[in-house]
Design a protein around this ligand. Structure first.
Ligand code: DC
Length: 237
C-alpha cells in the first residue's frame, strides 16, 4: 500500500477516543495524523480572545477573513495547528474553547475554509483524519470510513478523566453538560452534521481497549480491496 494514497476517515461524537485511536493507527500505517477538531478549536480560541460573539455570523465571518489557520507536521507525523503562526495546542483543550469551536463550526464559511485545508493536507501525504465530517464531506470517496461510537456515560467519563489529567478544575456534572450540549449541536446543525451512512464501518468502542479498536480498524483497512482515495461526490443522503 502506498501510504500517500491512504486516507482513513474516523468520525464520531466527542469523548469516544478518536484522537488516541487515530494517532496510533496513523503511526502503524506510516501516514500523518490530522486532528481536524483542533482547527475549529483554534478558531474558537481566537473568537474568545477577541471577545467576538460566536453567535453573530457577521462578526465571526469578519474575524475568519482576518485569521490564518495553518498546519505543520512534527517529527512524529502529528499535524499541529497554528493560529496566525502561533502553536496553540496547549490552549485549545478547555471546555470553553470546545463550546466556542462547536458553535463556530456550524458556519458554512468556517467549514469551507477548514475543509479546503484538510483536503490539501490529505491529498499531498495521505493521512488518518478524525473529526465529524471526514467521510461525508472532506474525503467522501475514501473506502476507509469508520464511525466510532460509545455509550454516553463512557464518553463523559473519558472526557472527565482527560480534563482532570490536564489539571482542569471541572466537575463530572459540568463535563456531562458540555458533552451533551456539544453533541446535540454537532448532530443537529444544518451544515455537515455529525452523521454516517452505509459506506461507513461503525464500531461501538464502549467495551473495547484502544489497542482492540486500532487492531479492528487496521485489519479492515489492510484487507480492503480499494486502497485509494478520491474526492468523488458523497453518496446521496
Ligand atoms: O473533536 P473535537 O472535540 O476537538 O472538536 C471540537 C468541535 O469542533 C466539535 O464540537 C465540533 C467541531 N468539529 C467539526 O464540526 N468538524 C470536524 N471535522 C471536527 C470538529
Amino acid at each position: 500500500m502506498d501510504p500517500s494514497s491512504i486516507i482513513v476517515a474516523i468520525d464520531g461524537p466527542s469523548g469516544v477516543g478518536k484522537s488516541t485511536v487515530a494517532r496510533r493507527l496513523a503511526t502503524r500505517l506510516g501516514v500523518p495524523y490530522l486532528d481536524t477538531g483542533a482547527m475549529y478549536r483554534a478558531f474558537g480560541l481566537k473568537v474568545l480572545r477577541q471577545g467576538v460573539d460566536p453567535k453573530s455570523a457577521p462578526e465571526v465571518e469578519a474575524l475568519l477573513a482576518a485569521t490564518e489557520v495553518g498546519l505543520r507536521a512534527d517529527a512524529e507525523g502529528t499535524v499541529l495547528v497554528l493560529l496566525d503562526g502561533e502553536p496553540v495546542e496547549a490552549l485549545i483543550r478547555t471546555p470553553e474553547v470546545g463550546q466556542a469551536a462547536s458553535t463556530v463550526a456550524a458556519y458554512p464559511a468556517v467549514r469551507r475554509r477548514m475543509v479546503a485545508l484538510q483536503q490539501r493536507c490529505g491529498e499531498r501525504d495521505g493521512g488518518v483524519l478524525e473529526g465529524r465530517d471526514i467521510g461525508t464531506k472532506v474525503f467522501p470517496g475514501t473506502p476507509h470510513k469508520f464511525f466510532l461510537d460509545a455509550r454516553p456515560e463512557v464518553r463523559i467519563d473519558r472526557r472527565y478523566r482527560q480534563l482532570l489529567n490536564r489539571g482542569e478544575e471541572v466537575s463530572r456534572e459540568e463535563v456531562a453538560g458540555e458533552v451533551t450540549r456539544r453533541d446535540h449541536r454537532d448532530r443537529s446543525r444544518g451544515e455537515s452534521p455529525l452523521a454516517f451512512d452505509a459506506s461507513y464501518t461503525r464500531l461501538d468502542a464502549s467495551e473495547l481497549s484502544v489497542d482492540e479498536v486500532v487492531a479492528a480498524l487496521e485489519d479492515r483497512i489492510r484487507s480492503g480491496s480499494l486502497p485509494t482515495c478520491s474526492n468523488a461526490a458523497a453518496p446521496p443522503g
